[in-house]
Design a protein around this ligand. Structure first.
Ligand code: ARG
Length: 593
């Protein structure tokens, strides 16, 4: 059925939009406004809010009609719908919509049979530029945020059936390579034949910088190496590759630990394309001389800050590479949606790039969507920039290690090391450590800064990964104790039905059914905290349900005397929804913890 993967709000919008058009043909362009109501409200589950607005519109045309009467007119035009149980018009003119239980049972049953089906969206090719650390520089917490948020956005969009290209726009090109290459030549003269054992690239960077600042001959040679590198001289390219490889390995370790998939396409990839984009802009007459450099204004008003396309020494800049990159993404990748997951500090840059790309005709506003998915800072517990105790920037690998220690400590405090097998313990440890780091990041509105604190992250009350993971394992253990065989769900569903008679069963069902609307909401503005809030709500409502509704009844000596299979199915539906959300948020569901 075609309407099956519409979210509930979309479904209702469709029904109400045509009802409005039927009731008032002169308003056939009005779209229904549907809002979800708190699941505990006695005044319905969803609400249509159009009557008030229509009443005002009529008044302008000299027709006086009360919102309530308009609501009644609309209500009369609502056809029999499988999703609606009943409608009630409030005195103010709201139409309160009560969801049909039959529909809810059917939806949940389908979900148990087929898994969560993606809501219907217009499929696009989306390029997500995320993580994007710089070679030879520390991958810092800002890149951690970009990595975590970017990965989740990719997972969300992939689930929505978009064609997603994941790009690591590595900072692997630029003048700093001149001094790194010159230093490499001195430290490892044999680098052409064997790969140099650079242990600590940050140290290496610092040493070369020191020489660059103090030794004029070295400096000259470093400048020259920038030129030989850009010209593609074999030796310089080789040296550059060695240096990049060292960083690449470090980055990959972080990606592996965090379960991140990304394809490298660094700034160097655009070297020849930068030459081309410069020509492209020049031919269009968009380059202007300014103090020895060539600039481009983002728009015709020539206000704000111009892009520097060619520096006075003839070199290219970050602006040039992003102009080349956006052109490549549109014209060769054929992306219609480009997403940049980069900290808020770069918003001026991206605004300028987007405007300039429109101005020169690379982007067409009718076809392309571009988003700078910006995010705030990670702060230390003192509310200041996140640093180690000694004041250094925090190494990401160290941070992940620390998370592992904290999570092990917590599991030990709960005596889990006594119950779980060593493998299960490690699995739980990783799920908690990486899960809490990711979830803390994703559960805050990304625009704001947040304070990094393992103690807060590992709290098992409130909206934390630990609370969600524990709730999930609880559901798994209920399922295990029920004796039902969930590997054969079809058979269970043939024998038992979901029932939604108890108030708390019904509340849980309605909560689960919001999933599609939440996913659509997340994709609209690329905000994942809505999905986190939803997970938390599911867990809270599940706990309420479980407190009030027995699923498995035991006698005093702990023997099972009866199993309520219909409720076990509801538990399983909750698990299915949570697993889907966990996947998008990068949390690993563990069945024992
Ligand atoms: N390497 C840059 C940084 O660390 C981020 C690159 C973001 N992507 C882009 N297309 N500019 O600040």
């Amino acid at each position: 059925h075609n309407d099956d993967n519409l979210s509930i709000t979309e479904h209702l919008e469709k029904v109400f939009t045509s009802a409005i058009a039927n009731a008032y043909p002169c308003f056939c362009n009005v779209r229904a406004i549907i809002a979800a109501v708190n699941v505990s409200s006695p005044f319905g589950d969803y609400q249509c809010n159009n009557a008030m607005g229509l009443s005002k519109k009529m008044k302008i045309e000299g027709i006086i009609k009360a919102a309530r009467d308009i609501a009644v007119d609309i209500q009369k035009c609502i056809p029999e719908s499988p999703i609606i149980e009943k409608l009630e018009v409030s005195s103010a003119g709201f139409i309160n919509i009560f969801l049909s239980k039959k529909f809810a049972v059917r939806s949940l049953t389908n979900m148990l049979r087929d898994g969560v089906r993606p809501p219907r969206v217009l499929k696009q090719r989306v390029l997500v530029d995320f993580s994007s650390p710089n070679i030879a520089k520390q991958m810092h917490v800002g890149h951690l945020r970009s990595t975590i948020i970017g990965e989740s956005i990719c997972r969300l969009l992939e689930f929505l059936q978009h064609d997603v290209i994941r790009i690591n726009h590595l900072g692997d090109w630029g003048t700093q390579f001149g001094m790194l290459i010159a230093h490499l030549e001195d430290c490892f003269p044999n680098f052409i034949n064997e790969s140099p054992p650079i242990g600590d690239l940050q140290e290496f960077y610092k040493e070369s910088k020191k020489r660059f600042d103090s030794d004029d001959n070295f400096k000259k040679r470093a400048y020259n190496r920038v030129v030989t590198l850009q010209k593609g001289k074999t030796e310089s390219i080789k040296a550059w590759q060695h240096i990049c490889d060292v960083s690449r390995k470090e980055f990959q370790q972080i990606y592996d630990r965090l379960d991140v998939t990304i394809h490298e396409r660094g700034e160097s990839f655009y070297q020849s394309r930068m030459l081309k984009v410069v020509e492209f802009l020049r031919v269009k007459g968009l380059l202007e001389f300014d103090d020895g450099r060539e600039i481009m204004w983002p728009d015709d008003s020539k206000s704000g800050i111009p892009l520097t396309i060619i520096k006075s020494d003839g070199g290219f800049t970050y602006d040039t590479s992003d102009m080349a990159a956006i052109r490549h993404r549109v014209e060769e990748d054929l992306a219609t949606w480009i997403i940049y997951v980069v900290d808020s500090g770069q918003s001026t840059h991206f605004n300028a790039i987007f405007k300039a790309a429109k101005r020169c005709g690379i982007l067409n506003s009718n076809v392309h969507r571009v988003d700078h998915v910006q995010f705030g800072l990670v702060l230390g517990e003192d509310g200041k920039k996140f640093k180690t105790r000694s004041g250094d920037t925090v190494k990401l690998a160290d941070l992940l290690d620390e998370g592992m220690k904290y999570s092990l400590k917590q599991l030990q405090e709960r005596g889990r090391d006594q119950i779980l097998t060593p493998e299960e313990l490690v699995e739980a440890q990783e799920a908690v450590a990486y899960g809490c780091i990711k979830y803390t990041d994703l559960s805050h509105n990304r625009i704001s800064d947040y304070i990094f604190s393992f103690d807060k992250m590992l709290d098992d009350r409130g909206n934390t990964a630990v609370y969600l993971l524990y709730t999930y394992t609880r559901i798994c253990s209920i399922a295990r104790n029920s004796g039902d065989d969930f590997s054969n769900l079809g058979a269970i569903l043939d024998t038992y039905n979901i029932k939604l008679d108890h108030k708390k069963e019904w509340k849980l069902a309605k909560t689960l059914l919001k999933l599609h609307d939440v996913l659509i909401q997340c994709a609209r503005g690329l905000f994942l905290h809505y999905l986190c809030e939803f997970c938390y709500e599911v867990c809270v409502v599940f706990t309420e349900f479980y407190d009030d509704c027995y699923c498995i009844e035991k006698n005093k000596s702990g023997q099972i005397i009866s199993v309520n299979h219909s409720r076990i199915l509801l538990c399983e539906a909750t698990a299915v929804v949570l697993r889907k959300c966990f996947h998008i948020l990068g949390l690993k569901p563990v069945s024992k913890m």
